[in-house]
Design a protein around this ligand. Structure first.
Ligand code: HEM
Length: 155
């Protein structure tokens, strides 16, 4: 039956063989987990890790909670993020210029991380917001038109 098929697709089988519904990004806890998993990918990425570690010399203990506040504001409307996203990236770009391939890699890792753990309207919002912000940053910093890679968007 179609409804059962849809349900089965939304319930991946865990290592223990139990069905577990895929959550949406609808709480601080889920958003926390997304941010932590995403930056775990970044720190092992050959292109992006040097930008965070060597160029920006990011203090992860400060950066992770800030990113959680950012995504909580975007997705569930919680106040708390008080940064200036363009200024923060302009600062890093001034230390060492961003390249267009950074945006492809950043976005690909972000979408893969979201899709691996979450689905629903807020997971979709997170991905579309990320694409919009990446395009904005590419335009402002590099004066370039960036489009989300088709292979990632259509999965
Ligand atoms: C080319 C892709 C990107 C790279 C290489 C990148 C890199 C960075 C780095 C190195 C920082 C740390 C700045 C610092 O603490 O000194 C930062 C901050 C941040 N990034 Fe990105 N970023 C990218 C795209 C994005 C996108 C698309 C978003 C939003 C959807 C985003 C959201 C943020 C936020 C919220 C901060 C914190 C800004 C603040 O200090 O308040 N980044 N990013």
């Amino acid at each position: 039956m179609a409804a059962d098929d849809a349900r089965a697709r939304a319930l991946p089988v865990t290592a223990e063989g139990e069905d577990r519904p895929v959550p949406d990004l609808d709480s601080v806890g889920e958003i926390h987990d997304l941010v932590v998993r995403f930056y775990r990918e970044i720190v092992f990425d050959d292109i992006l890790a040097p930008v965070f570690d060597e160029v920006a010399e990011v203090n992860w203990a400060v950066h992770i909670p800030r990113l959680i506040r950012y995504w909580c504001r975007v997705l569930i409307g919680t106040p708390g993020y008080d940064g200036y996203i363009l200024a923060a990236h302009r600062h890093v770009h001034g230390l060492e210029p961003f390249e267009l391939e950074y945006f492809d890699r950043w976005y690909t890792l972000f979408v893969e991380t979201v899709d691996a753990g979450w689905s629903g309207p807020l997971a979709d919002t997170a991905k579309s917001h990320a694409a919009r912000m990446a395009a904005m940053l590419a335009r402002q910093l590099l004066d370039a038109e960036w489009h989300a890679p088709v292979a990632v968007t259509k999965r």
